[in-house]
Each structure stands twice: as C-alpha cells, then as structure tokens.
Design a protein around this ligand. Structure first.
Ligand SMILES: Nc1ncnc2c1ncn2[C@@H]1O[C@H](COP(=O)(O)OP(=O)(O)O)[C@@H](O)[C@H]1O
Ligand SMILES: [Mg+2]
Length: 161
C-alpha cells in the first residue's frame, strides 16, 4: 500500500488480488464513512464496483441480496438512522430524468450515496467526498482512493491506521 498525504489531497493505492479483497475494502470503507457522504465508484465493466458496494453493505449487516442497480438506476437500503442509495448510472442518459426522479434529494445529510458510473451524470451529481477508481491488474484489481473533501480525506486517513 502506498500512502501520500498533504493538505489538499489524500490518495491511496491498494492491491486487490481477489474478490475477497474488494469485499474487504468495502467493509473497511463502511467503518469510516458517515451518512451525508457520497462516494464515486469508477472503473470499467467488471472492475469490481458492485462487489465493493456489496462488501460495504454486508459490513453494515445488510443480509439480503445486493443487486446491481443497472436497470433501476438506484437501489435503496434503509438502516435505522440513515439510507444508503446505491446508484448505477451506466444507462443514464437524460438529465431531466435526474430532476424528475428526485435523485437530487437523495444526496442529503441522512444518506450515504454510492455511485457507479458517476461520469455518466457529471452535470447532475454533487461532488463526491471520496472517489474510488478500480482497474484491472492481472487476475486481480487495483484501487485508487482519493479524498475530495475534508470529510472524505479524514475517512481515508482513518482507513489507513
Ligand atoms: N479484486 C478482484 N479480483 C478479481 N476479481 C474480482 C475482484 N473484485 C471483484 N471481482 C470480480 O469481478 C466481477 C465483476 O465485478 P462487479 O463488482 O460486478 O463489477 P462492476 O460493478 O465494476 O461492473 C465479479 O465476478 C467479481 O467477483
Ligand atoms: Mg456494477
């Protein structure tokens, strides 16, 4: 793992040799993220974005099936004190749909938002606290995590200790 920190940026690179490692990164993120934050999950099809979301949800004790929201655009998970919204914007085409569906209100202090394919709704989405970029590396994956807000940077600092 390499860890680079300065005032403006926290950037981590992590090797994820197998699926279990991606699930475990999701679980570690679950321990440091707070309601009100938003996390972008970037990377090609099959890079492990949904797997990471699944690891995160399992760590929050969600026992059901974690479906890819490819067709619904969003899956909603209700916890006792907050909601988790898992977006997959791969099929997102129409900014008007964003407004009409009320997705803007999903980004609120009582919600943790995970967004796959954020680049597809670039003009609509609020800036993330943490960006996770997943890429193929041999049989496994690598993750790069970047803190984009003060709160996001603090999360990543807690992730490495
Ligand atoms: N670190 C990893 N190494 C190898 N395979 C992985 C890793 N993380 C996830 N996978 C596998 O990659 C496949 C696609 O993952 P998925 O999370 O659906 O990708 P995405 O949502 O980015 O399209 C799944 O079969 C999953 O088990
Ligand atoms: Mg996916």
């Amino acid at each position: 793992m390499c860890h680079e920190a300065d005032d403006s940026l926290v950037r981590l690179s992590l090797a994820l040799p197998d699926e279990a490692a991606t699930l475990s990164l999701g679980a570690r993120l679950a321990a440091v993220l707070q309601p009100g934050m938003s996390v972008w999950l970037s990377g090609d099809l099959g890079a492990g974005k949904t797997t990471l979301a699944r690891g995160l949800l399992r760590a929050l004790h969600y026992e059901g099936r974690v479906k890819s929201p490819t067709f619904s655009l969003v899956e909603v998970y209700s916890f006792s004190s907050f909601n988790l919204y898992h977006f997959d914007l791969y099929r997102f085409a129409d900014p008007l749909e964003w407004e009409e569906a009320g997705f803007r209100e999903y980004f609120n202090p009582n919600a943790l938002c995970l967004v796959e394919w954020p680049e597809r709704a670039a003009g609509c989405l609020p800036a993330p606290d943490v960006e996770v970029r997943l890429a193929f590396s041999g049989e496994g994956r690598v993750a790069e995590l970047v803190g984009r807000t003060e709160a996001g940077r603090r999360c990543l600092q807690r992730l490495v200790v």
